[in-house]
Ligand binder design. Structure first.
Ligand code: DGJ
Length: 704
């Protein structure tokens, strides 16, 4: 029974944790404990209000489960509203709870009501018991007769138990350099990570981890959370002068308001949180399993795809695409994807976006001729779209200039020569659903790569009343989710990828609809190692698309061996993105061997347990291991940046194996080594890496 209620105390139990809170004598929902399993009833003595002085009259509100702005509450608020009579103060009184069960998963729902106004708030806690996580979100219901303005509504606040020091881990980045890991010790005040650009963004990603500064990959207490929202978001870690830390997260309240009409409900996105006593590696494995079992729309193994973007950019034509498809098929590719440039007058990024008809010069017989050939070659077919954007130089914009986000007195900023469609308008939403439906019903397309290459600027919501203009940030995301939901329902056989100029729209909100994600436009296999490491803290290797591209790399000129490029890409879901017309017969053949090998091991990469063994942040080598659930199979990828002074690399200690099993090890020299799990995990494995940019793939199989 994961949820139990004892005399004003609520306890949520997961496999190895307890999460406890209660209603104190002031009626405040006070958080009491989150960590290793305890006897929760014994927390009752902690349930009391505490005053320090008239300046800190309700210290326990620093540990409030959900902070309603009003009264003596000064911590980062989770709900702030304005009533129609201009009162801006909440006195929420606990009303009751219920427990619902869906497919064996229990959910606790608490209800609070304002002492005067008919505003109800439901706080949800869905228990992901096996992965020690809880999905939290809040709903506001206007049960009164006048509208209420929501100025700020966060999904949840996570109270971290007392630690002598609090260290926060997160990612930062930018286009082509996403998912870079950072950590910082929290001092009194706030550390905010956020997006105010209209989408999740490449500059930060909505997740956090907190530890006491001593946790490692393999040990230590870590509290963590990730928000499922693909628009403006905010995560605030606030440390008070009483050494309390709470991490609040949800839709960013910057320039945001929501008008809640009588009878309406506003639902905040899910903010999932968890705790592990076993370090960052275990945190990531919990996140990976959770998303595969509770978030992603499907469980299918990712196919090896080819994408023609780097080979042809906008210069797409049927003849060349067929040539590429033939080479890709020869290598063993399973899905052929035509990227940007196939539609309208799209010869560069200056024109054509919005005109979703097949370009007749590039495809005189329509897309059909190419798709037929791709299918004949044994592959399925995918295509790129960017439905939310429009070039001013397009038929669509000439017909509907009022369809873009804009302020009437301003010229809209063009980014990559494009503007953004106001998809909150019902007719714009219908336009997108309409052309996508036409595209997918008139062609046997199995895969859509959905891109979005600019931020939101000049956020004027044409067609909406003055009091609802600030709803744009939320309405864009809601409408996007609705479009994806409708398309997925209409075309259940079509798989989707989320892309935003690389990894700028990847989060648990988008991953409820997308099967896979494009982490970065940076396809340099060496840079990718650190991008992929940061990505893996939360997101599963199954969704992480990695392409093998040309050497020298188009972006930085770096030359890397084909095997290094493959090994780097094989740590996620493999794709090929190089200009195959320039690859030699030997390279095509070698690539075929790697693809074959990937198909043999992808069940481990995509569905196994991932262990990060070594990081370029701390050593000249990176290594990542994947282990089957039953610990009988494993593979290790190791990469060397540069060897100095002829030094011998330290032996690589593996993880996740069965101590007493003996493993046959292939990939180190010509011999098959045989070593115990205990030896491999404690003494380590010698690595055959030398020189610069060397890599190896080692496989282990337990003897019967
Ligand atoms: C940005 C994407 O990230 C690339 O992979 C490619 O699809 C281009 N857009 C096409 O314009």
């Amino acid at each position: 029974m994961p949820i139990s209620v004892h005399e004003g105390l609520f306890e949520i139990q997961t496999r190895q944790t307890s999460y406890v809170f209660g209603v104190n004598e002031q009626g405040i929902l006070q958080h009491l404990y989150w960590g290793k399993t305890i006897a929760a009833q014994e927390c009752a003595y902690r349930l009391r209000s505490r005053s320090h002085s008239s300046f800190d009259a309700q210290v326990e509100r620093e540990y409030e489960e959900y902070s309603f702005w009003g009264g003596v509450g000064y911590v980062e608020p989770t709900l702030k509203v304005r009533f129609s009579d201009h009162v801006r103060d909440l006195k929420m009184v606990y009303e009751g709870y219920r427990i619902v069960t869906d497919n064996g998963v229990e959910e606790l729902i608490l209800t609070l009501k304002d002492a005067h106004y008919d505003l109800l708030v439901h706080l949800h806690y869905k228990v992901i018991a096996e992965w020690d996580m809880i999905e939290r979100y809040a709903e506001a219901v206007n049960a009164g007769k006048t509208a209420i303005v929501i100025e700020n509504m966060q999904s949840a606040a996570w109270a971290v138990p007392y630690l002598p020091q609090y260290r926060m881990t997160h990612v930062t980045g930018r286009w082509s350099g996403e998912y870079q890991l950072r950590d910082t010790v929290l001092s009194e005040g706030k550390k905010t990570i956020e997006s105010r650009r209209g989408f999740t963004g490449p500059h930060a990603n909505p997740w956090f981890a907190i530890d006491d500064g001593t946790a490692t990959e393999t040990a230590g207490n870590v509290w963590f959370g990730a928000l499922g929202w693909s628009g403006n978001w905010k995560i605030v870690a606030e440390k008070s002068s009483f050494n309390h830390v709470r991490v609040t997260g949800g839709i960013n309240d910057f320039d945001s308001e929501w008008l809640l009409q009588p009878g309406e409900t506003f639902t905040a996105p899910v903010f999932v949180g968890g705790y592990t006593p076993s370090g960052f590696g275990e945190m990531s494995r919990s996140f990976h399993r959770y998303q595969r079992e509770y978030v992603l729309p499907g469980a299918a193994t990712r196919k090896v795809l080819y994408n023609s973007w780097e080979a042809t950019t906008f210069d797409v034509n049927v003849k060349e695409q067929i040539e590429l498809a033939q080479k890709a098929a020869k290598m063993g590719v399973e899905r052929f994807v035509v990227d940007d440039g196939w539609f309208g007058k799209r010869d560069s990024d200056r024109a054509g976006l919005g005109d979703w008809y097949v370009n007749p010069q590039k495809f005189p017989e329509g897309l059909g001729a190419l798709i037929e050939k791709v299918k004949e070659l044994g592959m399925d077919f995918g295509i790129w779209v960017e439905p939310e954007s429009v070039n001013p130089d397009s038929e669509l914009y000439r017909q509907h200039p009022e369809w873009v986000y804009h302020f009437p007195t301003r010229t809209g900023s063009q980014l990559r020569n494009q503007l953004l469609l106001n998809i909150a308008k019902p007719e714009v939403k219908q336009f997108i659903i309409g052309f996508m439906t036409e595209l997918l019903s008139s062609h046997p397309i199995s895969f859509i790569k959905w891109d979005m290459n600019r931020t939101i600027t000049e956020p004027g919501l044409h067609g909406f009343p003055a009091g609802q203009q600030k709803e744009i940030w939320i309405r864009h995301v809601q409408s996007l989710y609705e479009i994806w939901a409708e398309l997925r329902e209409k075309f259940p056989h079509v798989e989707f990828e989320t892309c935003a100029g690389g990894g700028a729209r990847i989060d648990f909100g988008m991953l409820r609809f997308a099967d896979q994600a494009w982490p970065s436009d940076n396809t340099d296999a060496f840079d990718r190692l650190s991008i992929q490491e940061g990505f893996s803290y939360v997101y599963s290797p199954q969704v992480m698309m990695c392409w093998v591209t040309d050497s020298p790399n188009g972006m930085n000129g770096r030359k890397l061996p084909l095997s290094f490029r493959f090994h780097s890409a094989m740590t996620g879901s493999l794709g090929i993105g190089g200009n195959l017309k320039e690859w030699s017969e030997e390279e095509i053949e070698e690539a075929g061997g790697h693809i074959q090998r990937y198909k043999e091991i992808r069940h481990l990469v995509q569905k196994g347990r991932q262990y990060r063994l070594a990081s370029l942040r701390k050593s000249p080598q990176a290594a990542v291991q994947y282990v089957s659930d039953d610990r009988t199979e494993s593979i290790v990828f190791a990469f060397l940046h540069a060897q100095n002074f002829g030094g011998r690399l330290p032996d690589l200690k593996l993880d996740g194996l069965a101590e007493h099993k003996i493993y046959d090890i292939e990939g180190i020299g010509d011999e098959v080594l045989q070593l115990h799990g205990s030896t491999l995990m404690n003494a380590g494995l010698p690595l055959p890496l030398r020189g610069d940019f060397d890599s190896v793939l080692i496989s282990l199989k337990a003897r019967e």
